[in-house]
Design a protein around this ligand. Structure first.
Ligand SMILES: C[S@@+](CC[C@H](N)C(=O)[O-])C[C@H]1O[C@@H](n2cnc3c(N)ncnc32)[C@H](O)[C@@H]1O
Length: 250
């Protein structure tokens, strides 16, 4: 899911205009609750859709970081002068700019990182006391595709999960947040569901089909048969469980 070249970065970017992504963003904004005058940091802006909406709510205090140059360009283009976007990666101490922030949003980033305790400590560091953290990550093991051949679906899902360092992060993150000093943790499941052959489902199917060959014993031909089988299912839904996790720096 992480962009590795400019074509895949742009393909990830296109998924943000789908109905599924818009619904998820509306829910994100409700939970983040950005208020006028707040300083808010979006970690891993992607193409900047959420950052732009945060900036419109808070005024001049919106900041975003992303290590990917294509994403930074897209986010800057989308946000214009409303937000500051810097090419930076969340990692260990001092990796994030500025602060202290009233809130930090870190959506679908932590599941891709190797040193999670260091990243969580850095999120804690940049928040003010009382500041809010909002995280969203995916339980990729819950990924379901329509159509016959459950064994092939399972192999494809297993292959995709090998591309994500922490494919079940939502179940691991709570204790990590507590160890970093956060309090008031809460979680909320946000199932993502939509037609498998259009919108987000189609984009995800293409990303999975690109990544799966050579993993879990799958050949390109196996994956092509799977992808055309899913495409043939038309409006039948794919689904995957995302989880919001929130916490406060005491
Ligand atoms: C799956 S996209 C999610 C984008 C956005 N956060 C969202 O959920 O809408 C992952 C994004 O995280 C960025 N990213 C990858 N490693 C990162 C890191 N260490 N710190 C911050 N962002 C990172 C990628 O470049 C990409 O834009």
């Amino acid at each position: 899911m992480m962009p590795i070249d400019s074509a895949s970065a742009r393909r990830v970017a296109d998924t943000y205009d789908t109905a599924e992504a818009r619904t998820e963003r509306e829910r994100t904004l409700e939970l983040l609750d950005p208020r006028a005058g707040e300083q808010i940091l979006v970690v891993g802006t992607g193409p900047g859709h959420l950052l732009d909406e945060v900036a419109r709510a808070v005024g001049p205090g919106a900041t975003g970081v992303d290590p990917d140059p294509v994403m930074v360009t897209l986010a800057r283009r989308r946000c214009g002068t409303r937000a500051v976007v810097t090419q930076r990666a969340l990692a260990g101490p001092g990796s994030l700019p500025g602060g202290p922030y009233d809130a930090v949003a870190c959506l679908q980033v932590l599941e891709f990182l190797d040193d999670l305790p260091a990243a969580v400590a850095e999120l804690y560091r940049v928040l003010r006391p009382g500041g809010r953290l909002l995280v969203l990550d995916t339980d990729w093991t819950s990924l379901h595709w329509p159509g016959p051949g459950q064994d092939r679906h399972r192999r494809i899902r297993d292959a995709w999960c090998t591309t994500v360092p922490r494919s079940r992060l939502p179940y691991e993150l709570g204790p990590l947040l507590q160890r970093a000093g956060f309090g008031g943790e809460w979680t909320r499941r946000m199932p993502m569901r939509g037609p498998a052959s259009t919108g987000y489902g189609a984009a995800l199917r293409e990303m999975v089909a690109d990544a799966a060959p050579g993993r879990c014993g799958l050949t390109r031909a196996d994956v092509d048969v799977w992808a055309s089988g899913v495409a043939f299912c038309g409006d039948e839904p794919f689904s995957v469980d995302r989880w919001f996790l929130g916490a406060v720096r005491p």
